[in-house]
Design a protein. Sequence first.
Length: 266
Amino acid sequence: MSETWGGPSPGSNGAPERHDAPAPQEAPPTQPSDGGTSGWSSAASQSLPGPAIVVEPPVASQRIQHFLDELASDAPTPGGGAWAAISAAAGAAMIAMVARLTMKKKGFEAVAERMEKIAHECDDEMFALLGLADRDAYAYREVMAAYKLPKGTSEEQHTWSFTLQRALERAADIPLEVARRAVYLMGLAEEALSNGNPNAASDAYSAAAALHAAALAAIANMEINAITFIDKTRQQELADSASSLRNRAQSLLREVGDAFVIVLHS
């Protein structure tokens, strides 16, 4: 296994809508291809007070041990949202592996083209999810910075409330996207397990299990940010999405488990 999380992003295709690490609306962290310093610790928006943050490289260029050390530290970021995105990226990588182990295996010629498409799609998802890990950490730093805005006058209180709500919405939308991608990928894991190389069935199951955990973790991080929304309509929309995604993830995990048992005893 590689010592780094990722590398240059490939092209995009397939559903859901492809885009590698889409930038936030305001002051996005840069993602230099040469492994420069940004991502985890990019500066906050100019409209917010900049917290004292040690600059770290983006997640896609970090060694596994470095990321785990950051995760284990008392720093507020990276946290659960970033972990969910990384777990989902790992799930995507394992599905791609199963697909590639199937593509050239004798007796699987009928599904080789489909497996190739799955492999490329999961490559795209993996890099997109790595970008979402950085975006999640950046969005949470915006929330922390918004809390520190002055509230001495009524005008300052209005600015504080508006800025904080926008930051919380961004911090909720990113894990929601992670959850949607994770649940979608669970469907690909089931397909790869059912139609792919049986010798890699446990890898496909492992991918689905990682994606299920990622989806639940991402949903929890979305909910914790949405709980203080002033916009109750938007809050309810997120709650409905969370419920639907949870149910779908649980259903898919059962389907993957059933498929694994069939392969195991065939």
